[in-house]
Structures are given as structure tokens and as C-alpha cells.
Design a protein around this ligand. Structure first.
Ligand code: MG
Length: 390
């Protein structure tokens, strides 16, 4: 039996060059506050956590998390690592419950569940390495020849700049394209027109044979969204993502009864949290984030529940753990893909920490049958652009 001997956490702080985002590049939950010159400032991801699950046979499973990395590190080091050290990684379901229940008073959502996720992903990578199988082969195997991906960037910018980015992205032959709204309730009718102008401009470039996803990142509210939906309907969005804050499940449910499919879930946590979204028919597409929702163990249970509700799951973020879950579940039709860019908001930071992420070809990506685990390793290519807290 292989035993876990150590959990090694590191916080990676990006100190390399960053591209300053434009004003009004994306709405956010803080837009409702009186001062919001750069309302997305608190949503930057310039730190990342790596979580290595070390086994007594010398193998190491790699997990990661991007929410509040210094707090995740403390949570793992002080509370969670002692619960899994000495255990058999193949007892992952019990280990998950142990972490969940022993931190239940404070850990159910947010920091606690993100910390559990980082360890759990590392455990799955380790299991794959031990049995010399890719993780998707442990989850149900191949349900599709390759995974269609949608291009996820198109932050709000001038109409010209967004059209240019979309035209360039079209060359990648992606299944769909996701754009961010730059204006919300505080910008009134004029902001509504700015939003619509950009949606119209994007449809001009990509046409109507590809999906167009629209993202508000919790920066709207129920009233504003009710007023926007009739204006957006004729552009046939594949979905409208996170129009309201994550806690407003009834708001999601009301909006989801309308003509545009509503998506969300990247700020929901755990099996039962996602079940609430499904039960209330709050989303037409569920987008849990594996390194927040409870790792692969929780995500795979949620996939089964969502399948029973016939709600497709398209996980948040273009990270490899999501690709393994998508490959192995018939109810996961495609993946989000973050194109590789210079560091901006930080969504793309994992490309600078890991190597081995699959790259899309002609709108699809694939997973190798012969690479054990998740198929990534920690890279030393960009070490000079990070400081690391051990
Ligand atoms: Mg999103």
C-alpha cells in the first residue's frame, strides 16, 4: 500500500510584467459599491497555490488553487495536511469526507472547500501516477474522441479592439467565444447601449454558426438583468453567465425561466451547494470550478447529479483537471479554454507555473492515453518572475 507522507504547499507570487487591464474591462460584484475606479482590482489572480501530495514510493501528485493562496496554504498546513498524512490515497472518498466534516463548522464554502480541492486534485494525480493511467481513465474513460473548446477572453474594450481579437480567435476554429460585459447598473441606459453595441459587433465577426457566450461576472443585479435580456435575445447568446451575485439562487432561477439560458456555479461550493442550483433550476449550464468546488471527488459526484437533471456541465477555467472530468463524462459537452497571453488579470497564470497543458488544435483538444495522472508538472521556465513562499 502506498502512503501519503507529506503535503507540500507553495504560494507563487507573480512579480513579472503585467499588462494593465483597460477601464470597464469587466463588471464585478464590487460595482455596487460607491467607489470602484478599478472594480476588478480584488479579482486579480497574481498568486497561485501549488499543493504537492508526496507518497512514500517517491511519487508526487500535483494539485492547485487560485483563490486567496496564502489563506489556502495556512488552511492546508494547519488543518488538512494532518488529516491525510499516513493515509492510502485510494481511500480518497473517505479522506474527502474527513477533511469536509472535520472543518465543517467553518470550512464548507470559500477558503475551506478550496483548500480541500487542492489536496483532492493532488490525490487524483497521485493515483493516476501510481497505476500509470491518465486520471480520465479512472473516472469513466473516454466519452468523446476529442473535446470541443470555447475561447474565453474578449474582455470589454473598444469595439474595434474586440472585433480584432474575435477575428484573430476565429482562426483557431473554436466552438464558441466568450466575451465580458464592461458596463452594469451604475452606467445606466448609456452603459446598456455600450454593452449591446459590443455584442452586435462580435456577432458581426463570428456570425451565427458559432456560440457566443456572455459574461457579467456577478456585476449586474436582478432588475438590470431583467431589462437587458430582451435587448440581448436577438443575438442568440449560448448563455448569460453569472448575471447576479452567487448567493442569489432565486434570482438565477427567475432569470433562467426566461428566453436566454443562464449559467453559473463557479462561485458555488460542494456537492450540496451545486445540488441547490440544480434543484431550483437556477442554471441551464453548470460551471463549477474543480479547484474550488471540492476537487475531482466532489466534481464527479456533481456530474452524476447534473446528468440526472439533464443540465450540462461545462466547468469553469481552462485547466487540465477540468479536461479530464469533461473527457470522462457524457454530460460535459465542451470545455472552457483560456488562451495563452501575457499576464493580465491572472487567469492565465497557471501556464507560467505548470507545463504539459494540452493545446487546442482546430477548436478541439485531446488528452494523451499514455500520460499518467493529470499530465502536468511544475515548471522552472519562469521562476525568475515569481517569488515563492514555502
Ligand atoms: Mg465566469
Amino acid at each position: 500500500m502506498v502512503k501519503i507522507t507529506e503535503i507540500r504547499t507553495r504560494v507563487w507570487n507573480w512579480v513579472g510584467p503585467t499588462v494593465p487591464p483597460k477601464t470597464n474591462f469587466c463588471t464585478s460584484a464590487t460595482d455596487a459599491l460607491p467607489s470602484s475606479e478599478d472594480s476588478m482590482a480584488s479579482f486579480r489572480f497574481h498568486q497561485w497555490l501549488t499543493c504537492e501530495v508526496v507518497a512514500d514510493n517517491g511519487m508526487i501528485g500535483i494539485g492547485n488553487a487560485a483563490l486567496a493562496p496564502p489563506l489556502i496554504k495556512e488552511t492546508i498546513d494547519q488543518y488538512l495536511a494532518p488529516l491525510v498524512i499516513g493515509a492510502d490515497p485510494f481511500d480518497y472518498a473517505l479522506l474527502w469526507e474527513r477533511m469536509y466534516r472535520k472543518t465543517h463548522a467553518w470550512g464548507r464554502k470559500g477558503i475551506g472547500m478550496t483548500a480541500i480541492s487542492a489536496i483532492d486534485i493532488g490525490i487524483w494525480d497521485l493515483m493516476g501516477k501510481i497505476v500509470e493511467k491518465p486520471v480520465f481513465k479512472l473516472l469513466g474513460g473516454r466519452t468523446k474522441h476529442k473535446i470541443p473548446v470555447y475561447y474565453s477572453k474578449l474582455y470589454a474594450d473598444s469595439v474595434d479592439a474586440m472585433q480584432q481579437e474575435a477575428a484573430k480567435a476565429m482562426e483557431g476554429n473554436f466552438q464558441g467565444f466568450k466575451a465580458r460585459f464592461g458596463y452594469g447598473p451604475k452606467d445606466g441606459m448609456a452603459g446598456m447601449r455600450e454593452n449591446i453595441k459590443r455584442v452586435e459587433a462580435l456577432r458581426e465577426v463570428i456570425g451565427y454558426d458559432r456560440d457566443l457566450m456572455l459574461e457579467a461576472y456577478m456585476g449586474w443585479n436582478l432588475d438590470y438583468t431583467r431589462r437587458m435580456i430582451p435587448k440581448l435575445e436577438k443575438y442568440e447568446p449560448r448563455w448569460l453567465e453569472e448575471p447576479v451575485i452567487a448567493d442569489d439562487i432565486l434570482g438565477y432561477a427567475e432569470l433562467n425561466r426566461g428566453p436566454i439560458p443562464i449559467s453559473g456555479g463557479e462561485h458555488e461550493f460542494s456537492v450540496m451547494g451545486c445540488h441547490q442550483l440544480l434543484h431550483h433550476r437556477a442554471v441551464a449550464v453548470l460551471q463549477y470550478d474543480t479547484n474550488r468546488v471540492g476537487g475531482i471527488t466532489a466534481a464527479n459526484k456533481i456530474n452524476a447529479i447534473a446528468e440526472a437533471y439533464q443540465i450540462p456541465v461545462i466547468p469553469h477555467a481552462g485547466q487540465v483537471h477540468n479536461y479530464h472530468l469533461t473527457m470522462s463524462n457524457i454530460n460535459c459537452p465542451m470545455s472552457e479554454y483560456f488562451p495563452v497571453f501575457d499576464v493580465e488579470i491572472g487567469n492565465e497564470l497557471f501556464y507560467y507555473i505548470f507545463e504539459g497543458d494540452p493545446e487546442p488544435v482546430d477548436g478541439y483538444l485531446n488528452l494523451d492515453e499514455n500520460t499518467p495522472g493529470l499530465g502536468i508538472k511544475i515548471s522552472d521556465r519562469h521562476l525568475n518572475n515569481f517569488t515563492i513562499d514555502e
